[in-house]
Design a protein around this ligand. Structure first.
Ligand code: AMP
Length: 123
């Protein structure tokens, strides 16, 4: 089922420059900034600039250049943040069951401490 992109979501506003972010990295297809409510010493959000709702939408519709750009940037950002050696976690929440709150695809890049179990019991 095709997903409809809501251009009023908060990350769309950040991408348009309507609201600020603590920017870490930007190129033609990617923007990365600090999460406003960090869950670990390092909690970075890495977004494609294109209007994709989630990873399902992105992997169905994005160009090869956008897909390559997102994942190259993710690795480069993690290394530049000093996370590669100790390790880190990449999370992308998708839809209702995934617990996604902001409907613009983003990868959570979290690290800087031992992160513990990957999944908590369902609420
Ligand atoms: P998700 O549940 O995967 O959609 O995650 C959304 C994330 O966006 C959460 O970790 C929020 O803390 C983060 N967030 C929400 N608003 C902002 C904002 N204005 N700037 C940075 N991060 C934000």
């Amino acid at each position: 089922m095709a997903k409809t992109y809501d251009s009023n979501n908060i990350f769309a506003k950040i991408l348009r420059g309507d609201i600020p972010c603590k920017k870490i990295y930007e190129d033609d297809t990617v923007l990365a900034f600090h999460d406003i409510s960090p869950q670990a010493p390092s909690h970075i959000l890495v977004l494609p600039k294109g209007a994709y709702v989630d990873m399902d939408d992105f992997t169905a519709k994005a160009t090869d250049a956008e897909i390559t750009g997102l994942f190259r940037a993710l690795g480069n950002i993690a290394r530049a943040a000093g996370l590669a050696e100790g390790g880190y976690r990449v999370i992308s929440n998708i839809g209702v069951d995934g617990g996604q709150e902001v409907p613009h695809l983003h990868l959570h890049l979290v690290g800087g401490r031992k992160l513990g179990r990957m999944l908590q019991p369902a609420e």
